[in-house]
Ligand binder design. Structure first.
Ligand SMILES: [Fe+2]
Ligand SMILES: [Fe+2]
Length: 321
């Protein structure tokens, strides 16, 4: 008798394997689950004698005219923006995940549970970032400003195709892990509370990146080539919109840093500060994710060569900027 595998059997095996991945995310999510006060903050406050954002992300060591105390202050400004930007993107990520969970309501209940936990965690993360942002604000001079409103950004992002939102989300949740593992964890002289915030965040984000990938691949399988073309255009637009926010926030943070400094900076120094902040923010929120090997593999596997080239040429001014 010939041993043939039917299409149904193959599909069933694929669904089983997917369900097992969702199940592993639930298990890991339960294992690492933390509480904002009991585990992360633990009654502590930020020590402004220590740096917040590490140099691998802040790039503050690239400006030789900054004294140690000035570098530290620039890491405080960037560390505050880091919490703000995460809170901002998590507004659309949480909403998208809740929307996607609808595809599983009457289907795989394991996948549904994984996505419900995912969105619940993003709500908690947003609360954590609001909390620490207030604490950071209390210890810093007046005048800091946030350039974009999370709901307005989310409204614009959620108007784009699901494929593009999942691509952007997967990229964010992969670079979150990279930042912690490569830059935050290895740097010794950082505020312990600031470091803990992003350690606990990273622990839950590891599951999110796997879920993004599962959902992104599912969505990818549903699209026609024409829809994919549109999705690639959407992704390019989304990255452009992120870059627009980064340009404005970098300018606002440079103004704030210069206005609240203990000394006057020359015109050249001010220009260097502005360029550094934009370079650092592009590195943090776009380039480090785009260059993430796993993200590259996923994107390449879901696009044609021509689509990949289109994405790369759109990104070139940001990556090489
Ligand atoms: Fe998060
Ligand atoms: Fe996340």
């Amino acid at each position: 008798m010939q041993n043939t595998v039917t299409k149904e059997e193959l599909n069933h095996a694929r669904e089983q394997a997917e369900s097992a991945r969702y199940a592993r995310c639930i298990k890991a999510s339960k294992k690492v689950r933390w509480d904002i006060d009991a585990d992360v903050i633990r009654g502590r406050d930020f020590d402004f004698e220590q740096a917040f954002l590490p140099e691998g992300l802040s790039k503050v060591d690239e400006l030789p005219f900054l004294a140690q105390t000035e570098r530290r202050r620039l890491s405080h400004v960037q560390g505050r923006t880091y919490a703000y930007i995460f809170g901002l993107v998590e507004r659309f990520i949480g909403a998208k995940v809740l929307e996607l969970s609808g595809q599983h309501w009457l289907g795989d209940q394991v996948a549904l549970e994984a996505l419900v936990r995912f969105s619940d965690e993003e709500l908690k993360h947003q609360e954590l970032f609001r909390r620490i942002e207030n604490m950071l604000g209390a210890g810093m001079p007046q005048g800091y400003s946030k350039v974009a409103d999370p709901n307005e950004v989310a409204r614009a992002v959620l108007g784009k195709s699901t494929w593009s939102v999942l691509a952007l989300t997967c990229h964010i949740e992969l670079f979150t892990q990279l930042h912690y593992q490569q830059s935050i964890e290895p740097q010794q002289a950082l505020s312990p509370l600031w470091k803990d915030v992003f350690m606990f965040h990273w622990m839950e984000e590891a599951q999110h990146a796997i879920l993004d990938e599962l959902e992104w691949k599912r969505e990818n399988a549903r699209l026609t080539m024409r829809q994919k073309e549109q999705a690639v255009d959407d992704l390019i637009e989304l990255v452009g919109a992120v870059d627009g926010i980064l340009q404005s926030q970098a300018a606002a943070d440079a103004d704030y840093f210069i206005a609240t400094a203990d000394r006057r900076y020359t015109g050249d120094e001010q220009a260097d500060l502005r360029a550094l902040l934009l370079r650092a923010y592009r590195w943090q929120y776009i380039v480090s994710g785009v260059q993430h090997p796993h993200f590259g593999r996923l994107l390449t596997s879901m696009t044609t060569e021509a689509q990949m080239q289109r994405i790369q040429s759109a990104l070139a001014p940001i990556v090489n900027g």
